[in-house]
Ligand binder design. Sequence first.
Ligand code: PLP
Ligand code: ZN
Length: 474
Amino acid sequence: MLDFLLDKKGFFVAATRPKTHGQGRDTERQMSYVRALTCKECAADYPVEPRTVCENDFGPLEVAFDYTAMRGNVTRESIQAGPDSLWRYKDLLPVEGPPRAGLRSGMTPLIRADNLAKKLGVKDLYIKDDSANYPTFSYKDRVVSIALTKALEFGFDTVACASTGNLAHSVAAHAAAAGVRSFVLIPHDLEEGKIVGSLVFGPRMVKIHGNYDDVNRLCSQIADKYNWAIVNVNLRPFYTEGAKTLGFEIAEQLGWQLPKHTVVPVAGGTLLPKVWKGYREFIELGLVKDNQPKMYAAQAQGCSPVVEALRNGRELFKPQKPDTIAKSIAIGNPADGYYVIKIVNDSGGYGAAAQDQEILDAVKLLAQTEGVFTEPAGGTTLACAIKLIESGRIPRDEPICVCITGNGLKTVEAMQGQFADVPIIPAKLNDFDRVVDELAQQPAPGAALTSPLVSVDPPTPRTQPTAATKPATP
Ligand SMILES: Cc1ncc(COP(=O)(O)O)c(C=O)c1O
Ligand SMILES: [Zn+2]
């Protein structure tokens, strides 16, 4: 059982700590702890500038920090003295000057999900609820806060992105607030809420015939030709660092502890490795104890290249053509899929994939037990978490955190046909009495949603099992 304290907003924080400035540098300082951009493959260093891959081997570049200089300066106290937003972790982010976007993003609720835990038969279950992120209700507000700040630091006047919907919302909103021009490129067949939810912020939107992977390919060409900040292309090393803040918040809100098991949705593969990097950084700085946390990848069955590789014990995934209701995570050729597989295996976690109906059932289950309405991406994550629990991959008596990354109000059409017809009656009391009697004969909403909710995905024997990849014993 984790020790935690509730603050006024219901966060699990170490609330006894005073809000002092500690011994750390204050949040107004102008110097960062960034050392360089480093190739994840050959470790070659590059200057801190808009750049995506290594010239030697096309390996992705990642921001490297000076942890030695951080030690003793970046402390629980220095973090708690920061703002009530993701910028409380500024010392761990690749930003030189003051934050220039997303001043209210992050610090979303971590819910202790006791109702859901009871249904699933687990002891300690937490929902990290980024469906409540500000201002556009998905985890993308984290990565965009950093990318937009960086775009302004580098002096770009136009920002752009390739998106499955949520990133477009976030880029368009943050760009509007920062007063810069935005271009958002999306697959032609996204949900209406995903389109209107971007257009309202006034971006230049272009729909591309094809799927996300086609959009992404085009954006790489655009990045070469136009001098724009494409947040998930030429600003990718900075953008991805923003995703660490989800991991930082989970740890801080749990009272400076890590959950033993973290289930994360995977599309392009940014989030999972960065939540892990966030955990590792907190361990490195002595802010949390190393409890050897395990990471689990969740994908829709109709787009599950990473999970398929995990199941078959392969280090490399085979790209797929997506076909799933979970459109925001329908990326068949994930840019960072290789690293997701590596981290899941290194941590001793695993992966699961959920069918469309299982995804929708999980959306309902989360809504009807915890009052959180997520989009199909979140339904996927919960349905996969359930499969991992039911199959014994995740033990029932250890702390589990499920990352809910997007809001259901953006994708209401996904839920069409999932509910009984709503009665329409004249405005007369006896008609209402009749409806109450009729409803009393029917099962209460949610009654059918019991565990096991989904068909169980039995552990498949791996072709090359290693100590780190063996399933956890319950
Ligand atoms: C709601 C939601 N969850 C999760 C993801 C997965 O993100 P990643 O590309 O970091 O794997 C996305 C990506 O678009 C998303 O929109
Ligand atoms: Zn390299």
